[in-house]
Design a protein around this ligand. Structure first.
Ligand code: AMP
Ligand code: TRP
Length: 329
């Protein structure tokens, strides 16, 4: 039998997870769980690249783990752990740092966006993609399911791994590849379809959090900006509508073409009303599981502790192999 593909992905414990995280990433992790060897990580060391309140960070780590489980990751099938529970990430990141060019990092668009207009930017924010490369490479990862905004970072991880392999031998690191779905890989803000939906966005009407209640979801979708015109059509010149149709399609599990066909001759108001119900219904089972997890915090703590244990032998084997190859044995 062929060896199962190793899948690794991560999410930051900052702010509230939103439907962009779900559609672009977590939903796909859950759907691909069978038949693969999966590792998912709450990347707290990435979160501290920007200032965090210690108490909030601690709460957000547990909350993010709950979201992942509620969205369908089964801790019996997948390893789920917290990045800072495994010291190998930071150690491999240092080694990779010494094989990464400043120029490569200054070309990363997420860094440019996050650092833009800020007076002080941490070295950690600049170096963030190298830590992400360490996360991925530490587990001999084949596939990295992410949203579109992370593609450039996964490509950097490939470049760094390729460089290390050509210098120290091709069996040093596994070269990963990003797996990005065609639809839903970049869910846009509800208030500005030119910006991606983000946790840190100003104005909470711009995103739907996975914990939002039905009335909040209805209100936010009602307020969502639309394009000029009145028909429900899908096209590049109608970015707001294209985004809403993508969200509809993801939650209803229906093709965009079929949705457009069904709304022929109907207006925005009706479409938005139905979309709100589709999202409310789509999130209901996740929210029900979140309620259960809220009532059993000890369970999540145990899952994360077990996850860190299960990740340990994989991480230490890779780190040991790399150190041997580069003369740090
Ligand atoms: P983050 O919240 O930045 O840690 O992202 C976690 C995962 O969600 C990553 O795979 C991102 O690419 C994905 N993601 C974040 N925002 C969006 C979005 N607006 N649309 C689609 N995927 C997203
Ligand atoms: N940088 C990713 C984001 O902001 C999160 C992340 C950290 C990640 N390490 C990873 C994603 C490894 C995939 C694989 O979304």
């Amino acid at each position: 039998m062929d060896k199962k593909k190793r899948v690794f992905s991560g999410i930051q414990p900052s702010g509230s997870a939103h439907i962009g995280n779900y559609i672009g990433a977590i939903r796909n992790w859950a759907a691909g769980q069978e038949g693969k060897d999966n590792i998912f990580c709450v990347v707290d060391l990435h979160a501290i690249t920007v200032p965090q309140d210690p108490k909030e960070l601690e709460e957000n780590i547990l909350e993010t783990a709950k979201i992942i489980i509620a969205a369908g990751i089964d801790p019996e099938k997948s390893i789920l752990f917290v990045q800072s529970d495994r010291p190998e990430h930071a150690e491999l990141a240092w080694i990779l740092n010494c094989h990464t060019q400043m120029g490569e990092l200054s070309r990363m668009t997420q860094y440019k966006e996050k650092g833009e207009g800020k007076q002080s930017v941490s070295a950690g924010l600049f170096d963030y993609p190298v830590l992400m490369a360490a996360d991925i490479l530490l587990y001999d990862t084949d596939e990295v399911p992410v949203g579109d905004d992370q593609k450039q970072h996964v490509e950097l991880a490939r470049d760094i791994a390729g460089r290390i392999n050509s210098r120290y031998g091709k069996d040093t690191l596994v070269i990963p590849k990003p797996t990005i779905k065609k639809e839903g890989a970049r869910i846009m803000s509800l208030s500005d379809p030119k910006k991606k939906m983000a946790k840190s966005a100003k104005g909470e009407n711009s995103y739907i959090a996975l914990r939002d209640d039905a009335d909040t979801i209805r209100r936010k979708i009602k307020k969502a900006v639309t394009d000029s015109g009145s028909e429900i059509v899908y096209g590049k010149d109608k970015p707001a509508l294209a985004n809403l149709l993508t969200i509809y399609s993801a939650f209803a599990d229906e093709k965009i073409q079929d949705i457009v066909e069904r709304y022929k001759g109907k207006g925005y108001a009706e479409f938005k009303q139905d979309l709100a119900e589709v999202v409310v219904q789509g999130l209901a089972p996740i929210q029900a599981r979140l309620d259960d997890l809220d009532n059993d915090p000890g369970y999540v703590v145990k899952v994360l502790a077990d996850g860190a244990q299960k990740a340990a032998p994989i991480a230490s084997a890779t780190l040991g192999r790399v150190k041997n190859k580069i003369g740090l044995g």
